[in-house]
Design a protein around this ligand. Structure first.
Ligand code: URA
Length: 240
């Protein structure tokens, strides 16, 4: 029965074949020493109602996702990690090569810069929860990922419902546009307190650390965004 619970958590419907049902148990004795009934497995990944899933079930669902073609290029999914009681949820765009190999968000060069940015407001990665809009490595980094992001956003929505953060910090244009359902540019979206509509969670938009590595001139504006985060969380005394 443990396997059935597992399959249920993954959103896989189990159908018993009529001819193998027995009157007393409803389950036939099985051949080959396998202690499970015969099953037909129908994937039901199309459903975007994940409201019944807890953290563990959600992570299993993500790890088996084949909703878009990005699953073909991944080493593994990158679910997200950190403090499940965090006030601050940090959302990036997608795993890079390092994240795909290690199965963890923001562990590469962009992650190192993110750590330094958080330190500047006296936070560390264990204080926050970090994840991405996309849970799989986009093999072609240059192509638009908005369709994949739309499919994948059901997982992020459930993560936000479970986490109930006080504030979301969205990093980069893809994350900002996906979470706000907006076509506005990052420049237009920065500097205001937005709301992630499904859970009415306050949200601030800033530069992606990978973009800051390429364009360090924007680091001053990113610092302003971090101070905005700090003020919104109500910890101004924590600034250096
Ligand atoms: N860029 C992201 O958006 N997320 C990561 O996890 C790593 C790089």
């Amino acid at each position: 029965m443990r396997q059935q619970a597992y399959l249920k958590a993954m959103g896989i419907d189990i159908w018993f074949r009529r001819e193998v049902l027995t009157e007393d148990t409803g389950i036939s004795p099985v051949q080959d020493g396998i202690s499970l009934p015969e099953i037909d497995v129908l994937p039901s990944q199309g459903s975007d109602d994940l409201s019944g899933l807890d953290w563990q079930a959600l992570q299993i669902r993500v790890s088996t996702c084949t909703l878009c073609e990005l699953h073909q290029g991944r080493t593994q999914t990158v679910f997200g990690a950190g403090n499940q009681q965090a006030d601050l949820l940090i959302i990036g765009e997608a795993p890079g090569f390092d994240e795909d190999r290690q199965g963890e968000a923001f562990v590469g060069p962009a992650g190192q810069l993110l750590n330094a940015m958080l330190k500047a407001i006296k936070l560390n990665r264990q204080d926050v929860y970090s994840t991405n809009v996309l849970k799989c490595l986009p093999v072609n980094q240059c192509e638009s990922k908005s369709q994949e992001a739309t499919l994948c956003s059901r997982y992020l929505k459930r993560q936000i419902e479970l986490l109930q953060p006080r504030l979301i910090l969205a990093l980069g244009q893809l994350a900002a546009q996906n979470l706000l359902q907006s076509n506005n540019s990052l420049t237009e979206l920065r500097g205001q307190l937005h709301q992630y509509a499904p859970t009415r969670t306050p949200m601030i938009i800033s530069y992606h650390p990978a973009d800051l590595l390429q364009t360090p001139a924007n680091k001053g504006k990113a610092w302003q965004d971090l101070l905005f985060v700090q003020r919104t969380l109500g910890n101004p005394d924590k600034a250096d």
